[in-house]
Ligand binder design. Structure first.
Ligand code: CP
Length: 321
């Protein structure tokens, strides 16, 4: 495959290859020199039209650990503010020799447009488009679940029960996770206020519930979603107190989860709304670990898309082609 636009593009074998490759590459982080020469001479462009902390920095760290050159483009402060189009921005980057473009955009479908337009010749990786998808987030979430929930089971998530809670309507993380986790055999339940459930959710391969307390005891992982106020009409803002009471994860609810179950959050968090500080800072919450795992996943994605040299044991890195 040349691009990564949607979690739906990944077969189970594709997803397992990325996850297993990320496991290999994670070992690089444990070495004194955290670099492989695999993508030396290749250029990765981070093209961010929307704000990001975790995704942008981890793609940059991933590319650098593979020895690629990295160009960071942020729409803020660029000629986009003068009205330059996505096409002209892409043609400009192509002229600078981009081998891969990692794009985050406020419009759902922008990465697909970039991948199919012919404006650029390299690989396109979706780093989050509108309310559509965020496939590398889903991959790093699956990677984290495999480590916690399937370590002794050949890293197989079949039958694991994942509950995704909150603002599903605006969540590209939820959509990509439902698609990827079901491909990997997990069973997903979405829990949300009725006003934050997307139209057509009955066609998604998952269950839907409006009662968080009813599903907690049956969950192996509970993934809390950020309430995305910036994508809501102010008139539809839920009040923080009411939202937290019905859909927030606090210490009492966490205690109702099975002992082995983990709490996940893609970040950034609204502490006090979808998750209390007590839960966010508890050892059962994997939010910080998810960020670290994101570097390994993004290394694997860039490595596989850009046709890195044969993956060898990180102790004996292969030479670049
Ligand atoms: N999870 C996530 O995409 O975070 P950022 O918006 O900080 O990249």
């Amino acid at each position: 495959k040349r691009h990564l636009i949607s979690a739906a593009d990944l077969t189970r074998d594709d997803a397992v290859l990325i996850l297993d490759t990320a496991e290999e590459l994670a070992r690089v982080a444990d070495r004194p020199i955290k670099k492989l020469p695999t993508l030396r001479g290749r250029t990765v462009v981070n093209l961010f039209f929307e704000d990001s902390t975790r995704t942008r920095i981890s793609f940059e760290a991933a590319a650098k650990r593979l020895s690629a050159d990295v160009i960071n483009f942020s729409a803020k402060g660029s000629s986009v503010s003068k009205g330059e189009s996505l096409k002209d921005t892409a043609l400009t980057l192509e002229a600078m020799g981009a081998d891969a473009v990692v794009i985050r955009h406020h419009d759902s479908g922008a990465p697909h447009r970039l991948a199919t337009s012919g404006w650029i010749g390299g690989s396109v990786v979706n780093a989050g488009d509108g309310t559509h998808e965020h496939p590398t987030q889903a991959l790093l979430d699956a990677f984290t679940m495999r480590r916690h929930l399937a370590a002794g089971a050949g890293r197989d998530l079949t039958g694991r029960r994942v509950t995704i809670v909150g603002d599903v309507l605006h969540s590209r993380v939820a959509r990509s996770n439902v698609l990827l986790l079901t491909t990997l055999g997990a069973e997903v339940t979405l829990v949300a206020p009725p006003t934050l459930v997307p139209v057509g959710v009955e066609r998604w391969p998952c269950e839907v519930s409006y009662d968080l307390d009813a599903v907690l005891a049956k969950s192996d992982a509970v993934m809390m979603l950020r309430v995305q106020r910036e994508r809501m009409n102010a008139a539809f803002f839920p009040t923080e107190r009411e939202y937290a009471r019905r859909y927030g994860l606090d210490g009492a609810r966490m205690a109702a989860m099975p002992e082995h179950a983990v709490v996940m959050h893609p970040g950034p968090m609204n502490r006090g709304m979808e998750i209390t500080a007590e839960v966010a800072d508890s050892p059962r919450c994997t939010a910080v670990e998810q960020v670290a795992n994101g570097v390994s996943i993004r290394m694997a994605v860039l490595y596989l898309l850009l046709g890195g040299a044969v993956l060898d044991a990180p102790a004996a890195p292969a030479e670049p082609r």
